[in-house]
Design a protein around this ligand. Structure first.
Ligand SMILES: Nc1nc2c(c(=O)[nH]1)N[C@H]1C(S)=C(S)[C@@H](COP(=O)(O)O)O[C@H]1N2
Ligand SMILES: [Mo]
Length: 298
C-alpha cells in the first residue's frame, strides 16, 4: 500500500489550487476516464509521506502521557467500539451519532497533508477521512452559529495521563465556522488506508493542516455549534504562548522558540531544518484571515 502514494501525485496536484478546488471538478472530469483514483488531493507535492512507523510511534496525545513514545505504548487500552459523537448546540438535528452511522453517511477519501507541530517538527501524513463540512451539513448548521467546539473523550480508566493536571481535561478545541467548513478541514478516520491507530486519535480526529498540530484534536466525542468563541485547552493552559487561531506562521515566533523553520521527522540525524511555510503551505486559506493582524490573532 505504502508505495502507491507516490503514484497519486499528478501535475494538477502541485498547483496551489490543485487540491481542494479540484476535488469535485476533477473527480467529475476524470471519473469518465476511469482515473478517479488519481484525483485524490495530494497536499505535499514533491514530498513523500512519512512511514507508518514514524507516524504511529512519535505522537502527542497527553491523555496517554507526555512522552513522544507514551501514546504508542499506552493507547492500546482505549476502547473505540462502540463510539458515539454527540453533535449539539446550534444545529437542526442534534443527537448522538454512532461512528458507524457517520461512516455510512460520509465519503472517505485520502488526503496527503503536511503536518506541523507547534514544537517545530513536521511530518507528511497520508490520511483517510471526510470533510468536516459534510458532517456539519448533515447535522444542519443554524444561522446564528459562528464557531465549532470539539471535545476529546474523558475516560480515566483507559487514559493514564488524565491523572496528571497537565491540561484542564477533557481536551477541548475550537474553530471558527468558516475554518471548520473549509474543504481542507477533515475528520480523519484512517492512515495509509487502515483504521486510525489509537495513538493517532481513533476512531476519528480533526485535521486542520494549516494550523499547528494541537488544533487537530483527537478521539472526538462531542461537536457543538456555538455563537461564541469556545475555550481551547492550550490557550487555557498558556494564553500567551497558544492563541485560538494558531495558524502556522514562520513570522510569528513562539515566545520560547523560533517558528521560522522545522525539523522533518525521519530526515535523519544530520538532516537540514526546512523552512516553515505560511499557513503550512496552504495559501488558499489566506482569504479567511483578510484584514486580520495575524501577530495579534495568533
Ligand atoms: N486529545 C488530544 N488531542 C491532541 C493532542 C493531545 O494531547 N490530546 N495533542 C495535539 C498535538 S500537540 C499534536 S502535534 C497532534 C499530534 O498528532 P499525531 O500524534 O497524530 O501526530 O495531536 C494533537 N491533538
Ligand atoms: Mo503539537
Amino acid at each position: 500500500m505504502a508505495h502507491r502514494w507516490k503514484n497519486d501525485l499528478t501535475d494538477a496536484d502541485v498547483t496551489p489550487m490543485g487540491a481542494y478546488l479540484s476535488r469535485r471538478e476533477v473527480m467529475a472530469g476524470v471519473a469518465g476516464l476511469g482515473l478517479a483514483s488519481m484525483a485524490a488531493p495530494v497536499r505535499a507535492a514533491g514530498l513523500s509521506p512519512n512511514s507508518w512507523e514514524e507516524i504511529t510511534s512519535y505522537n502527542n496525545y497527553y491523555e496517554f502521557g507526555t512522552g513522544k513514545e507514551d501514546p504508542a505504548r499506552n493507547a492500546g487500552s482505549l476502547t473505540t467500539k462502540p463510539w458515539t459523537v454527540k453533535i449539539d448546540g446550534m444545529v437542526d438535528k442534534p443527537g448522538d451519532y454512532s461512528f458507524d452511522q457517520i461512516m455510512q453517511a460520509m465519503t472517505v477519501e485520502k488526503r496527503i497533508y503536511r503536518f506541523r507541530c507547534v514544537e517545530a517538527w513536521s511530518m507528511v501524513i497520508p490520511w483517510n477521512g471526510f470533510e468536516l463540512a459534510d458532517l456539519l451539513k448533515m447535522a444542519g448548521v443554524q444561522s446564528g452559529a459562528k464557531y465549532v467546539a470539539f471535545e476529546t473523550l474523558y475516560r480515566p480508566e483507559e487514559m493514564p495521563g488524565l491523572r496528571y493536571p497537565v491540561l484542564d481535561w477533557p481536551y477541548v478545541e475550537g474553530l471558527r465556522l468558516d475554518e471548520a467548513m473549509h474543504p481542507l478541514t477533515i475528520m480523519a478516520t484512517g492512515l495509509y488506508g487502515k483504521p486510525l491507530p489509537n495513538q493517532n486519535g481513533a476512531p476519528l480526529r480533526l485535521v486542520v493542516p494549516w494550523k499547528y498540530g494541537f488544533k487537530s484534536i483527537k478521539s472526538i466525542v462531542r461537536i457543538s455549534l456555538t455563537s461564541k468563541q469556545p475555550p481551547t485547552s492550550w490557550n487555557k493552559a498558556n494564553g500567551r504562548e497558544y492563541g485560538f487561531y494558531s495558524n502556522v506562521n514562520p513570522k510569528v515566533d513562539h515566545p520560547r522558540w523560533s517558528q521560522a523553520s522545522e525539523r522533518a521527522i525521519g530526515g535523519g540525524l544530520f538532516a537540514k531544518r526546512q523552512d516553515t511555510l505560511m499557513f503550512n503551505g496552504y495559501d488558499e486559506v489566506a482569504g479567511l484571515y483578510a484584514g486580520m493582524d495575524l501577530s495579534k490573532f495568533y
